[in-house]
Design a protein around this ligand. Structure first.
Ligand SMILES: [Zn+2]
Ligand SMILES: [Zn+2]
Length: 373
């Protein structure tokens, strides 16, 4: 249905970069977050293709636990009212940018950076002084169409290789965020990596750590369903922390590392940051990556400074991803190095967005995607 409609639409446009679409429809359907707890699906005016930008018909937008957080608690970078969705793929239906044409299948990195500030010049465009984010400060992909501003076209729009589905390509952005976390915590050859949480992010981290050269990958998880589902990550061990928690993890880490501790801890579920004595699980020169944000009221953590000092320990944060990490992540998926299709466990239509959010919040399965708009 969706594709039929797209083909009908594409016949009405010319090949020219400056082409304008004569849309029959002047409105489109979108999921808009108007205030905390007020997410509505309604018709809004069709957005116009910006100068130097693109108009894209959304094909797949995956739902992220950050969307859940935004719905219930807001977010530091969220500006209301907002069409949510930052894990977006689609087809270009109008192009006012010279490098893209109508019909291009694209994956969109959500960061909108200036390209000129010190962070941008140092390659940390996710920390741009003037950062905007699609799905946070600019309207996102939980809508029939999305506009891509020129800042994104410059480096944040990637052509999806033919062999890759829109669904697989939609997981590029979360993988790119994992890449940011692993680059910052220096995951490398020979490392033993411990990941807290076997949700979609934990599973992506596990597969990526292997691709980065880790020789041993351990995951902790407390939900039985997710322990079962994490098999395809090929982690060496999935530690069930249903009971016993801290003691169990310490014992298994000792067993698996001959008492040395792990090289890197990646925290892919917010509760774990405060629930475990993380420093005790680390080897000398170990790194901890605070990948999940915490609710502000729980964000103060206590750490023993001497454990950090004497053992050369590093603690890094990781938020979002750069445009470069996005294009690398898409290449990793396309190369077959990272198999991601199995992570998608449920598909929804835009009208079912509340069910999709609930599915994500309840951690029933892994990744939910919206495929019908
Ligand atoms: Zn996300
Ligand atoms: Zn900048």
């Amino acid at each position: 249905m969706q594709n039929e409609h797209y083909h009908a639409l594409s016949h009405r446009v010319t090949d020219s970069c400056e082409s304008k679409i004569d849309f029959e429809e002047h409105v489109m359907k979108a999921a808009i977050l108007k205030a905390p707890e007020r997410l509505v699906v309604e018709e809004v005016p069709m957005p116009r293709c910006p100068q130097g930008g693109l108009l894209v018909r959304t094909q797949v937008c995956s739902i992220c636990s950050t969307d859940v957080k935004m719905l219930h608690h807001g977010h530091r970078d969220l500006v209301y009212p907002r069409i949510l969705g930052h894990e977006v793929t689609g087809v270009v239906v109008e192009s006012r940018a010279k490098d893209f044409k109508v019909g291009d299948r694209v994956q969109v990195a959500p960061g909108l950076s200036c390209g000129k500030c010190v962070s941008c010049l140092r390659g940390a465009d996710n920390q741009c002084d003037h950062i905007g984010i699609i799905g946070f400060t600019h309207d996102g992909g939980l809508a029939e169409f999305i506009t891509i501003p020129p800042q994104s076209v410059r480096s944040g729009v990637n052509i999806i290789p033919d062999e890759l589905s829109f669904e697989e390509a939609a997981l590029t952005e979360p993988l790119a965020c994992c890449l940011n976390g692993q680059e910052l915590s220096g995951v490398t050859y020979g490392d033993t990596v411990l990941i807290f949480g076997a949700g979609p992010i934990g599973c992506l981290h596990a597969m990526l750590a292997r691709a980065m050269g880790a020789t041993k990958v351990l995951i902790t998880e407390c939900l039985q369903t997710r322990i079962k589902m994490a098999g395809p990550t090929k982690a060496d061990r999935i530690i069930n922390v249903c009971n016993g928690a801290g003691g169990t993890i310490r014992k298994i880490v000792e067993e698996e590392t001959e008492g040395r501790g792990v090289d890197v801890i990646l925290l892919a579920c917010p509760e774990s940051t405060t629930a475990y004595p993380l420093l005790e699980l680390l080897a000398p020169r170990g790194r901890i990556c605070l990948f999940s944000g915490l609710p502000p009221e729980n964000a103060l953590i206590h750490l023993n400074a001497n454990s950090i000092h004497y053992r050369d320990v590093s603690i890094v944060g990781a938020y979002g991803c750069t445009a470069a990490q996005n294009s690398v992540a898409l290449k990793l998926i396309a190369s077959g190095e990272m198999k991601v299709d199995w992570l998608i466990t449920k598909r929804f239509s835009l009208d079912q967005i509340h069910e999709g959010i609930k599915y994500t919040a309840q951690r029933e399965g892994l990744k939910a995607v919206v495929t019908e708009f």
